[in-house]
Every structure is written in structure tokens, then in C-alpha cells.
Design a protein around this ligand. Structure first.
Ligand code: PMT
Length: 404
């Protein structure tokens, strides 16, 4: 897909710049030509010689170099590329891009280009969440700049949070997607995915939950994002990494999941893969319940949790155009799933057998059946990533057919 594509890689000044070296290798392995522009700040982190050795091309650093201008003017530099990629896109570089500055070679090239630009932000979490950076981000997105990341994680500054640059393989996937719009049939669509378990507190230290790992829901969110959908992932507590290119909303309880899902509307697509706890404890004490030495164990009155799938399918809300539920069944799977689809009012339901012998919760594979008005499709056992990929493709087909 990247064979003979020309990537102009603009290397900014951040600690994540070292990942640009790995990125060049990955792009070259795929047959892409990589030409680098190194900012003055970027040169504090990686050398022009390393970039040149890996890209096997000249590295451009100086706007006023007579030699460079006679060989390749700064306007030509961007015009000859298929895609401009900024790695890492620092807060400073983003601000300069947003305000249209042209005070060095990188910013001038970015202002002069008529080609698609992909930025890969990396910065301290507070810099990322600052209103100024978020406003610059919104400006750049509104101008058509594509953005991949950042993700949550440990940072070089010993802090933890959103701001860590995505890994080179994820940047390669984003570059491939940016260069082949036909691979993004869901571009312009908005999707909400629920994933993982919910936790319903019994007291401040105990809770009711289930064994959902979030693997299936997270894979679906990642697959929809890869197809171009603006994807919001509402997730209960899981240890899965945040999927790349997805907006995360992390919650604990079913009530919080409902509120986050409603806040994310309107959407074209909703996929409810979360294993939401059906009940919560009616009265929750503020202190830990003491174990009585003698006497019966405590009894709890349970009340029903809101049903997120049913609420968005039937409720007084902006109903997504396509709503996909999951049915976790241990017996009479297809009958129960069909009844659930009708009862909850969703368009499609993905039935999966969660009996202990199947080991569906937490494992990497799933055996599912897709139930819709068109009938029942039984898919072979696949990895959860493959199930997600196939489901996302089916969703894309649905919208393509609806548009024809
Ligand atoms: O997370 P993994 O370890 O990868 O496992 C994946 C999975 C087994 C959790 C997933 O494939 C799955 O089946 N998710 C749905 C689990 C579930 O709660 O099923 P259910 O049959 O109880 O609920 C039916 C549907 O209603 C589901 O779409 C569920 O998200 C939704 N629901 C249920 C209750 C509730 N209060 N609100 C809801 O939205």
C-alpha cells in the first residue's frame, strides 16, 4: 500500500523524536520514500545523520540554505510529497501551524503545502489538555489536518496521562489510511462503543462486577476508527490499552456508562459490547461493612440498573442510525438473542456463548452469530480482533448500501 509513496517527515523537538527513526525503517520496509525535515529543536533529540542514514536521502534543516534552495526549494519540498507527517507534533509546532507561522523550514513547508498533513502529537499531559493546545487542535482538524494519538501512558517527565506519542506501527497504519481514502469508508461517521464491565459498589471497598476484559469492545472501537469513524469508547475498568485514534471515556458504574453514552450522542453507529451489571445495591453505606463475628452475613437489596442499549434504541434520544447490541448467552443462544434484539429494540445483535466451557470472557477469541432483519449469520471462531474487523466492515457495507 505504501510502495513508492513519498512521505515528507517533519521531525519536531520532543523526546518522542527518537521514534521517528523506527518509523522511517517501517516505512522504508514497505517501499515508501522518506525525506526528512529536521527542526532546530528536533536536532536536540535526533541527529540529521541518523535520519539521513535510515531514509537514504538528504535531510533538510535550514530555510536559508542556498544549496538546498537551488537543489530543492522549500515549496517544492512539500509539493513533491504525497503526505506530510509531523512526528512528534509538539505543542509549539501545533501552535505555530494553527497560527500560520512561517519562521523556520518546517513551519514554512507546512504552510506552503497543498498536500494532506498528518500530525502525531506528543507532549506533557498538562500541555495537551491546556485550552490553548485543544483550541489549536480543533483549528487544525477543522482545516483537514489528520491527527493520530496521543495515547495515555507513562511519560519521560515522570508523569502519567494523555500525551504519549503512539507507536511507530500505529503511525504506519494511520499513514496507510491517510493515503487510501477508500480504506476509510466510515469517514464522516460518528460511532459510540461501550466496552468492559461496570462496577457497582457494595460499600467503599467492595463491588459487584463481572469478568469482561474489554478485549472485544476495544477491538471494535479500534476497527471502526481504522475505517475512519470518529469513535468514542465508553469503557468500564479494564486493563486493555486505549485503542489508537479513539476518544476514551472511562467510567465505573452502569449509571455513569449511560450518562457518558447519552452525552456522546448524536452518533451514526452505536455498538454496545459492554457487560453492564444488571443490578446495583439499593442502599450503599459510606463506611466499610463490618463482618459480624456471630450472626448472619449482610443482606442486600438490589435495584435494576438502567439499560443503555434499550435506552438509546427506544428512548427519547437522538437514536443512532445503526445500533448493534451483544447477547451474552449460556443456553438457547439464538432464541434468546433474537428475543433480546426485539425487546431492547436494537437493529443487529451479536450473539456469543459465554458459558464457562467457551471461555469467551477474557480470552482472545470469540464465536459469534450476527442476527438482523436479514436473518442469522454464523461466523467461524475467530480472534476478537478479526470479529471486530468483520463487524466494522459489515457496518461500513450497511452505510454504503443505504447510500446507494
Ligand atoms: O470483554 P471481553 O472479555 O472481551 O468479553 C466480551 C463480551 C463477552 C463481554 C462481549 O462479547 C459481550 O457479549 N458483551 C455483552 C455482554 C452482556 O452484558 O450481554 P447481555 O446479554 O447481558 O446484554 C445484552 C445487551 O444489552 C448488550 O449489548 C449489553 O451491552 C446491553 N446492556 C445490558 C444491560 C444493561 N444494563 N445495559 C446494556 O446496555
Amino acid at each position: 500500500m505504501l510502495q513508492d509513496k513519498r512521505i515528507l517527515l517533519i521531525v519536531g523537538g520532543g523526546i518522542a523524536a527518537f521514534k521517528a527513526l523506527e518509523l522511517i525503517r517501517r516505512l522504508r520496509e514497505r517501499g515508501a520514500h522518506v525525506r526528512c525535515v529536521l527542526t532546530q529543536a528536533g536536532a536536540q533529540f535526533v541527529t540529521a545523520l541518523s535520519l539521513q542514514s535510515l531514509s537514504e536521502d538528504k535531510v533538510y534543516t535550514d530555510m536559508f540554505s542556498l544549496t538546498d534552495e537551488s537543489e530543492m526549494g522549500h515549496i517544492q519540498l512539500s509539493r513533491q510529497a504525497d503526505l506530510l507527517v509531523v512526528v512528534p507534533a509538539t505543542a509549539n509546532l501545533m501552535a505555530r501551524m494553527a497560527s500560520g507561522m512561517a519562521d523556520d523550514l518546517a513551519s514554512t513547508v507546512l504552510l506552503a503545502t497543498d498536500k494532506k498533513v498528518l500530525i502525531v502529537p506528543a507532549m506533557n499531559v498538562r500541555m495537551w489538555t491546556h485550552a490553548a493546545t485543544q483550541a489549536n487542535l480543533a483549528t487544525l482538524k477543522a482545516r483537514g489536518v489528520e491527527v493520530v494519538g496521543p495515547v495515555e501512558g507513562a511519560m519521560a517527565c515522570n508523569e502519567f496521562g494523555l500525551g504519549r506519542m503512539v507507536e511507530p506501527n500505529d503511525i504506519v497504519a494511520a499513514i496507510e489510511a491517510a493515503l487510501s481514502p477508500q480504506a476509510r469508508p466510515l469517514a464522516g461517521r460518528r460511532a459510540i462503543v461501550t466496552s468492559g464491565p461496570t462496577r457497582e459498589a457494595i460499600d467503599p471497598v467492595r463491588y459487584i462486577s463481572n469478568q469482561s476484559s474489554g478485549k472485544q469492545g476495544h477491538a471494535i472501537a479500534a476497527a471502526l476508527a481504522r475505517l475512519g469513524a470518529e469513535t468514542i469508547l465508553v469503557s468500564g475498568p479494564v486493563s486493555q490499552p486505549d485503542p489508537v485514534g479513539v476518544r476514551m471515556v472511562k467510567i465505573n458504574t452502569a449509571q455513569e456508562m449511560l450518562a457518558a453514552t447519552l452525552a456522546a450522542l448524536p452518533a451514526d453507529i452505536a455498538v454496545c459490547a459492554a457487560a453492564v451489571a444488571d443490578w446495583r445495591v439499593a442502599q450503599r453505606p459510606n463506611a466499610k461493612i463490618k463482618k459480624a463475628l456471630y450472626g448472619p452475613p449482610p443482606r442486600f437489596e438490589l435495584v435494576a440498573n438502567p439499560d443503555i442499549l434499550a435506552t438509546i434504541s427506544k428512548g427519547d434520544v437522538a437514536r443512532p442510525k445503526l445500533i448493534v447490541g451483544f447477547a451474552a448467552e449460556t443456553e438457547a443462544m439464538l432464541d434468546n438473542a433474537q428475543a433480546k434484539r426485539k425487546r431492547k429494540g436494537c437493529d443487529w445483535i451479536v450473539a456469543n456463548d459465554v458459558s464457562p466451557a467457551m471461555g469467551t470472557f477474557g480470552s482472545d477469541s470469540n464465536t459469534v452469530h450476527l442476527l438482523s432483519d436479514a436473518g442469522i449469520e454464523s461466523w467461524p471462531t475467530m480472534t476478537k480482533v478479526a470479529v471486530a474487523e468483520q463487524l466494522a466492515q459489515r457496518i461500513a457495507q450497511h452505510f454504503q448500501q443505504a447510500a446507494e
